[in-house]
Write a protein that binds this ligand. Sequence first.
Ligand code: SF4
Length: 342
Amino acid sequence: MKEICSFSLKELKSWMQTVEVQAFHADQVWDWIYKKWANSFEVMTNLKKELRQLLAQEFSFPALKLLRTLASEDQETVKFLWELPDKRKVESVLILSEERRTVCVSSQVGCPAKCAFCASGKEGLIRNLSPAEIVEQVLHIDRFLHEKGERVSHIVFMGMGEPLENYEAVIQSIEILNAPHGLNISQRRITVSTVGVVEGIHRLARENVKVNLVLSLHAPNEHIRKKIIPYARKYPLEEILLAMDAYAKTTHRDITYEYTLLSGLNDNKVHAEELSTLLRNKQCTVNLIPYNPVDGLKLQRPTKEKIMEFREILEKEGINTTWRYTKGKDIQAACGQLALQP
Ligand code: SF4
């Protein structure tokens, strides 16, 4: 069965024509889904009963079932656990900060990258998510917010999975979420984070997808990077950085490099100096993320002094840095803490 939220408006109009239904009914369906947060065809009462029945026969909707929500103590982070049609599970996180309502979405069940500090990649990749399974994470959270008089403002592909290894589905979901008749979330408010899938980065540039691109760098050199990100062996760091530069040049978007600080592994003065050299003359920001503990991993977060020292070295070399204040640690929703659920 096809999933209705995997279809762009244009594709749904074409499908309507193939079954000899007037295309404008596709607008009505989209209106119900993305503007009125309908969760079945039944409730789409301005469509004829026969069309509603036909849609229900041909399309599945919704694809996700909400199993549980969990809010952090400060109520600024909410974790959502979804069941997929094949009973697998994924999580999304809603982060409330000042005026932003950001949804951190998963793009795969499990992750092939197996980063040393991350719970998501512990078991490797199970499967890719479909566009609908990505879109609905945002859609249902938008409904949740709507009930409180708010809307989703930003989307980050930083949940479970490597988005550029599920390229088609991720791009299709961005197109749907970005559509004026859909949730209308501009590409400027959508962030894609990658460990460095070189052909995917080039493809984004070629296809002029103007999202905020983030590279999970996490190391100042190839040797340490391979220890932290086993997947890094697939793509030489030099090639990844060249691809990032090419993306920045084509799209005129700044690049962000994420750097998870792991005590004793990548947080020394010498690492900060090496990182400054690596990123010298690049139009970029380095986002420093102190490691968030994951059950079963022996890694440690550096002290605050060490983090400040690291940051100062980069800043002195003219590299713009941010330090991500970690939200949702108490509910295992912080960066790297989303785990594969049984
Ligand atoms: S940090 Fe991201 S890329 Fe690395 S294993 Fe976790 S989900 Fe995958």
